[in-house]
Ligand binder design. Structure first.
Ligand SMILES: Nc1ncnc2c1ncn2[C@@H]1O[C@H](COP(=O)(O)OP(=O)(O)OP(=O)(O)O)[C@@H](O)[C@H]1O
Ligand SMILES: [Mg+2]
Length: 335
């Protein structure tokens, strides 16, 4: 889903309904439930009968490739679009697209940076804060804290268009937290940024999560979901393919480890035998072998030894969510 920055700002803030935001009454968001949610764009079903419950304090991951439906799900939870079927409840109360007050405890970090490039960081945060109903000393304190938290205090009065992509992302993130929501929707907040900014965002979000913020975090990087999320839903073509903690998800794989070795002439004879022993994939010059549960590793290494292959050729590791996605769909997460 693509949004212009202006649209994203309007959507993120519900500014056309800003009156409701001036007196946020919801102080605690405990539980978010999606119940048989379906969203269509014309004939395309972007979300197909999605049900899940996000518990208070969870760092919940939505992991899926381009077009999986992550942003659509975020936009429904943020109340920016209405589903064709199903419903969303916050603390048991239906979330209303028409009533912004029903979403006062939510914050949205949209996928595309939603800031005014001609204005300074301070001016941008001021606009967001005022739309969320903050004023005076409280707003100033929140802006001070926000800029310090994402290491932008010294750039406070610089125009946002002079910021790097990573700096803009960091600012975009704290703008969504000025009103202290209890549930933060983060839609791929690290796309296209340098590792340093990415780590700053991770550290920041992890600190907020420790303070009790509930986070829904969408990504197509399994490394991010693995590092950050206490539970993860793997989604593809608008459906949840798997859901659970990392351990629960990886337990769905019919193998417990992956052995990698180089794809070259000396390993040809070995490679020819392995498909019978488990899952066998070759990509980027590397063979990946995932032995079936009944395959004894001692037998595997006896075979490699009999073929005269030295142990240093082989590395063994725990499978990843990437392997699970491949197992479930036959495709890579990023193609
Ligand atoms: N406004 C729209 N009009 C029509 N189709 C849309 C619209 N927004 C999204 N789609 C389609 O709905 C599906 C889900 O899109 P969505 O943006 O939710 O996926 P995503 O998981 O966020 O992908 P990405 O990782 O690329 O951001 C895609 O097939 C997309 O083309
Ligand atoms: Mg998206």
């Amino acid at each position: 889903m693509t949004m212009t920055s202006g649209e994203a700002i309007a959507l993120a803030l519900g500014s056309n309904r800003s009156l409701h935001w001036r007196n946020p009454t919801v102080t605690t968001v405990l539980m978010l439930t999606l119940d048989h949610l379906t969203k269509r764009y014309g004939t395309l079903t972007a979300l197909d009968d999605i049900s899940l419950t996000i518990k208070p304090g969870e760092f919940f991951g939505l992991l899926g490739p381009n077009g999986a439906g992550k942003s659509t799900l975020m936009s429904l939870v943020a109340g920016l679009r209405a589903p064709e079927a199903g419903r969303i409840t916050l603390n048991g109360k239906p979330l209303s697209v028409a009533e912004a007050s029903s979403r006062a405890g939510l914050g949205l970090v949209p996928q595309s940076v939603a800031l005014y490039p001609e204005l300074s960081a301070d001016q941008n945060l001021r606009i967001f804060g005022e739309l969320y109903g903050l004023h005076g000393t409280l707003l100033k304190t929140r802006i001070d804290e926000a800029l310090v938290a994402v290491q932008l205090a010294d750039r406070r009065h610089d125009q946002v268009k002079t910021f790097s992509g990573g700096m803009q992302r960091r600012l975009n993130l704290v703008a969504a937290l000025l009103h202290r929501p209890k549930l933060l929707l983060c839609d791929e907040p690290t796309v296209g940024i340098d590792p340093q900014s990415r780590n700053a965002i991770f550290d920041f979000l992890e600190a907020r999560a420790r303070e009790g913020l509930t986070v829904i975090y969408s990504t197509h990087y399994m490394e991010e979901a693995t590092r950050l999320c206490s539970r993860i839903a793997i989604i593809d073509h608008g459906r949840i393919l798997a859901l659970g903690t990392l351990d629960e998800l990886l337990a769905q794989l019919p193998f417990e480890e992956e052995i990698r070795f180089p794809a070259r002439e000396e390993t040809l004879a070995l490679a020819a035998q392995l498909p019978a022993w488990g899952e066998f994939i070759t990509a980027d010059g590397v063979h990946r072998f995932r032995p079936r549960a009944d395959c004894k590793l001692s037998e595997f290494f006896a075979l490699t030894e009999s073929l005269g292959l030295p142990p240093r050729l082989f590395t063994s590791q725990r499978p990843t969510l990437e392997a699970l996605f491949l197992h479930l769909t036959g495709r890579n997460l990023r193609e």
